[in-house]
Design a protein around this ligand. Structure first.
Ligand code: XBP
Ligand code: MG
Length: 232
């Protein structure tokens, strides 16, 4: 593997964001006077629909109601952004160290996510600092694609931006939908399941890690090019 770039999913991979997503969906529903409240189990099921606007629309269809999904989602995105700016979300253990080592080693960094761009830039600024967005050679989000994950469109866009072949990149994901998107784009994929994805079928992962704070000596199947990116 001629490793040139690391490509990251955001929700669940860089950070455990889904609880804040869930809470801000509920806050937007309450503000609109809807009697909806998504609990953890319901939200886990609804996560099979990627994209917040699409998730709202799918739930409305399921419950036979008519709502303005775009307006509800726009309000939810504003509330989510406020919480991110307040510092309510931390990066998962090992993420910052991996990103900083990759930069020192001259690897390109990229993001391929289903969530909205503002959510990504807000998270990067709140956790890695005001310059962090500029560390990423490609940042592709929900607004950039016609079809969201598990479709590979977002990762294909990232590869085009980077001007690299899939074989020169490693992707980091946390969910089945994300893994399917990455594999369909031909990417070697490391999966770190989290709060909402621990029970996903992740059998197609090239490597399954409990998190990115692992010591290489404990992971014999960690590909050689990735070993300098992790502290022993
Ligand atoms: C994450 C998602 C997102 C978030 C909500 O999937 O499905 O929809 O839950 O974000 P992935 P938005 O990690 O595979 O990208 O409300 O901004 O869509
Ligand atoms: Mg994810």
């Amino acid at each position: 593997m001629d490793l040139r770039a690391l490509i990251f999913d955001v929700d669940g991979t860089l950070a455990e964001t889904e609880e804040v997503h869930r809470q801000t969906f509920n806050a937007a529903f309450a503000a609109a006077g809807l009697g909806w409240s998504w609990d953890v189990d319901l939200y886990r099921r609804l996560l099979s629909v990627t994209g917040g606007r699409e998730r709202i629309a799918a739930y409305a269809a399921e419950t036979g109601q008519t709502v303005d999904a775009a307006a509800l989602h726009a309000h939810k995105t504003r509330l989510y952004g406020e919480r991110v700016r307040e510092g309510r979300i931390a990066l998962r253990p090992g993420v910052e160290a991996l990103v900083r080592r990759a930069r020192r080693l001259g690897l390109a960094l990229a993001i391929g996510t289903t969530t909205s761009r503002a959510n990504v830039t807000g998270l990067l600024q709140a956790t890695l600092g005001p310059d962090a967005e500029g560390w990423f050679a490609s940042l592709r989000a929900g607004e950039d694609v016609r079809v969201k994950k598990p479709d590979p469109e977002v990762y294909r866009l990232v590869l085009t931006d980077l001007g690299l072949e899939a074989s020169q990149c490693v992707c980091f994901e946390d969910s089945r939908n994300g893994l399917l998107a990455a594999k369909a784009a031909g990417l070697h994929t490391v999966v770190t399941p989290g709060l909402y994805t621990a029970d996903d079928d992740l059998s197609e992962a090239d490597l399954l890690l409990r998190g990115l704070d692992v010591a290489p000596r404990l992971v014999p199947d960690l590909p050689q090019p990735l070993r300098p990116l992790f502290a022993d």
